[in-house]
Design a protein around this ligand. Structure first.
Ligand code: ZN
Length: 369
C-alpha cells in the first residue's frame, strides 16, 4: 500500500488495498470457482440476515481489489506444491479412507472401558490409518491458507486444500463408525436404528457439502475483521469456554474469537425463518462437523490420536475439536453443547497435567508444541 493511500484509507474507505502476495506468486485456480461462488452467496446472505455490514466478493468477478471497507475479496489459488505431489497426497488419503470404510472389524470388548487418560490407550487402535485421518483433519483446520490481512481485506484459498477438506470431511465416517461399533453384535444395529437409539445425524446418510464447509471458513475469515467479543456469560462459563480461552496464547485466542463470530452469525441467521436447502446445509454444517470429529475420535483412541484431539498441535491454531465445539456452542447454547465442551475441557486439562507429572511424555515433543 502506498504511503498516500495508507493515509487516505483512514478517511476514504474506497482506496484500493494491496494485492495479497499469493496473487502474484501463485497461479489462479479455476476448478472450484463454482463452489466458492456458491459459498460466497450463502455467506453473504447469512451475514445480511444477521445485520452484519460485511460483504464477500470474488477476485475474478471484479477488478480484484476491495473498494469498500466492509468488502472482503476472495482469491482462489493453486497450491505451490507440484501437480504430481498434490495428486499423490489426495490419492494416498483417498486410499486410506476407503480402506477404513471397508474395515468392519469391531471394537475389542476391553476397549469400551478404556478412558482417554488410561494407560490401556496404547493397546487400542494403534492403526496407522486412524492416525493419518486425524493428522489430515488437524492440518485442515488451519483455516487461513493465506492470512486475512487488514491491509489486504482479502481471503486467499488454496484449491488443493479445499479438495482435501472435501475428501476427509465428506467421507462416510458415520457409516464407518456405526459398522465398527456394532460389528460382532448381529441385529443390534438394526434394532438401535429402529428404536431411535442413534442420533439422526448418524443415520441420515448425509455428508457435509464443500460449499457448506466453505461458508463456515468464509464467516470465520470475516470474523477476523470484526470486533466481535466472546464475553463471559453463563453459557461460556458453564461450558468451560472461558477457561479454555484464558489458557490460550493470543493468536490462538483470536482464532477462537473468529470461530465464535461464525457461531454467532449462524445463531442469528439460522433460526426463526424459512431456509432454502443450501442455507440449511450451511446452518447444520458446524453441528455435523462437531459430531463427526467426535465420532472419529471414538475410533481414534491411540496415543497419537489422543494428542491430536486434545492438545493444540498446529502452531497458532486451537485444537480442531475445540473449534467445532465452540462454534456449535455459540450457535446453539443448550445442555448438550455445553456438556460436550465441558467434558472436552476437563479431559484436556487432565491430559495437560498428566504430561507435566509423567516421566514418559504423554505426547511426543513434535506434537505438543
Ligand atoms: Zn483465522
Amino acid at each position: 500500500m502506498s504511503m498516500l493511500c495508507a493515509v487516505l484509507a483512514t478517511w476514504f474507505a474506497n482506496c484500493a488495498p494491496e494485492l495479497p502476495p499469493e496473487a502474484t506468486q501463485l497461479t489462479e485456480a479455476v476448478m472450484l470457482r463454482p463452489v466458492v461462488e456458491e459459498a460466497i452467496t450463502l455467506a453473504n446472505r447469512l451475514l445480511s440476515v444477521s445485520n452484519e455490514p460485511y460483504k464477500v466478493t470474488t477476485s475474478w468477478s471484479r477488478d480484484s481489489r476491495a473498494s469498500d471497507a466492509n468488502e472482503i475479496v476472495v482469491y482462489l489459488m493453486q497450491s505451490p506444491a507440484s501437480p504430481a505431489a498434490r495428486a499423490a497426497q489426495r490419492n494416498r488419503t483417498a486410499e486410506v479412507l476407503s480402506a477404513m470404510q471397508a474395515d468392519q472389524s469391531g471394537i475389542d470388548d476391553g476397549a469400551f472401558d478404556c478412558g482417554e487418560l488410561d494407560d490401556c490407550i496404547d493397546q487400542l487402535y494403534p492403526e496407522e490409518t486412524v492416525n493419518l485421518a486425524m493428522r489430515t483433519l488437524n492440518e485442515l483446520t488451519r483455516w487461513e491458507v493465506g492470512k486475512t490481512r487488514k491491509e489486504c481485506r482479502c481471503i486467499v484459498l488454496i484449491e488443493h486444500d479445499l479438495r482435501m477438506f472435501e475428501l476427509v470431511f465428506g467421507a462416510d465416517w458415520d457409516r464407518y463408525i456405526l459398522l465398527t461399533r456394532f460389528a460382532g453384535f448381529p441385529g443390534e444395529l438394526e434394532a438401535a436404528i429402529k428404536e431411535g437409539r442413534l442420533p439422526e445425524a448418524l443415520t441420515d446418510g448425509e455428508t457435509v457439502t464443500l460449499a457448506a464447509m466453505l461458508t463456515l471458513i468464509l464467516l470465520h475469515e470475516v470474523g477476523h475483521s470484526t470486533s466481535y467479543s466472546i464475553s463471559s456469560t453463563e453459557t461460556t462459563m458453564a461450558s468451560g469456554l472461558d477457561e479454555l480461552i484464558d489458557d490460550l496464547h493470543e493468536e490462538r485466542r483470536e482464532e477462537l474469537r473468529a470461530d465464535a463470530f461464525t457461531g454467532s452469525v449462524l445463531r442469528r441467521a439460522c433460526f426463526d425463518r424459512r431456509l432454502v436447502p443450501a442455507e440449511e446445509n450451511a446452518c447444520l454444517a458446524a453441528a455435523e462437523l462437531s459430531m463427526l470429529t467426535f465420532i472419529v475420535g471414538m475410533k481414534g483412541k491411540s496415543r497419537e490420536a489422543r494428542c491430536l484431539r486434545f492438545l493444540d498441535t498446529v502452531p497458532g491454531y486451537p485444537n480442531w475439536q475445540a473449534r467445532f465445539m465452540t462454534i456449535n456452542l455459540i450457535q446453539h447454547p443448550g445442555p448438550s453443547s455445553i456438556g460436550l465442551l465441558r467434558d472436552y475441557v476437563e479431559t484436556r486439562n487432565s491430559l495437560v497435567q498428566l504430561s507435566w507429572l509423567s516421566d514418559v511424555p504423554v505426547c511426543s515433543s513434535a506434537l505438543a508444541n
